[in-house]
Design a binder for this molecule. Structure first.
Ligand code: ATP
Length: 259
């Protein structure tokens, strides 16, 4: 087996604040292999975003070790190891969709011709090829979120960090984007770290589900999904799917009871 893309061992993070300290992560140990789709689920405030931010080198753990692509998160960030997708699409209204997707490439100093090609490819990957010249307000919420995924894909990082990217969308749009995201993942082979509050979303998307307990966030269960790679939406009615969802729910409950 190849070396893990993310390796956390005994990770701990305590924030020092004006009103005392906040213990956000406690003893988090986890390996994520290349090409896995890993979802993080747990109650609000349990440290899911904090864990993603540690992987991104945006927070510094106060204990334990964390490696991304075999290096420190900070070195991985500088090597452009990951793209980050947030809950809000965060597109600049005065830039076209192509202009928004190109922005990180401009900041990173990609040449103009290379930028144009990468933007075109990234938009095609999220099925927004015909919308390059539109402005964000001319697109639906789901399309805007797809544009923000294209922006994260454009510089071809092999890890995608996604923090509740579909949390603000209605269920029908979310279902479609879930299907599209799986297809995108299959096509690109990226390693996905995906934060969600939705049990069905976590079960539908993931090869591995990390269930976290309330603060200080610990891992209460890691579930290797038995579901096949090919997942039509109606797989959610299958006995196998329902059994995994049940185990996630049990993990969430166990985390609450351990308090
Ligand atoms: N910079 C910070 N300074 C102090 N406390 C922080 C900071 N960032 C996060 N926290 C606290 O750490 C805890 C974990 O926050 P985090 O955002 O990681 O949780 P989460 O699981 O992503 O929550 P949600 O599901 O609501 O997004 C929370 O109690 C939060 O208030």
């Amino acid at each position: 087996m190849s070396a893990p893309v993310v390796r956390a061992e005994g990770l701990d993070l305590t924030f020092a604040t004006g009103d005392g300290s906040v213990h956000a992560l406690s003893d988090v140990s986890l390996d994520i292999g290349r090409g896995e789709f890993v979802s993080f689920i747990g109650p609000s405030g349990c440290g899911k975003t904090t864990f993603l931010r540690c992987v991104a080198g945006l927070e510094t753990p106060t204990g334990g070790t964390l490696e991304v692509n075999g290096m420190s998160p900070d070195a991985a960030r500088q090597a452009r190891a990951y793209g980050y997708v947030f809950q809000a699409a965060g597109l600049y209204p005065w830039r076209t969709i192509a202009g928004n997707v190109a922005l990180p490439l401009e900041i990173m100093g990609f040449a103009k011709a290379d930028r144009r090609q990468r933007v075109e490819e990234a938009l095609a990957l999220v099925d927004l090829g015909g919308f390059a010249g539109k402005f964000p307000w001319q697109l639906s919420g789901g399309m805007q979120q797809r544009a923000s995924i294209a922006r994260a894909l454009a510089f071809d990082a092999d890890i995608l960090l996604m923090d509740e990217p579909f949390g603000a969308l209605d269920e029908i749009v979310r279902d479609r984007l879930n299907e599209e995201l799986l297809a995108l993942w299959a096509r690109t082979g990226k390693t996905m770290l995906f934060v969600t509050h939705s049990i069905p979303e976590a079960v539908y998307l993931s090869t591995k589900i990390v269930v976290m307990s309330p603060r200080p966030g610990r891992i209460s269960d890691v579930i290797e999904s038995p579901l096949p790679a090919e997942r039509p939406l109606d797989i959610r009615d299958s006995a196998e799917f329902i059994a995994v969802a049940h185990r996630v729910r049990e993990g969430l409950r166990a985390g609450m009871e351990a308090l």
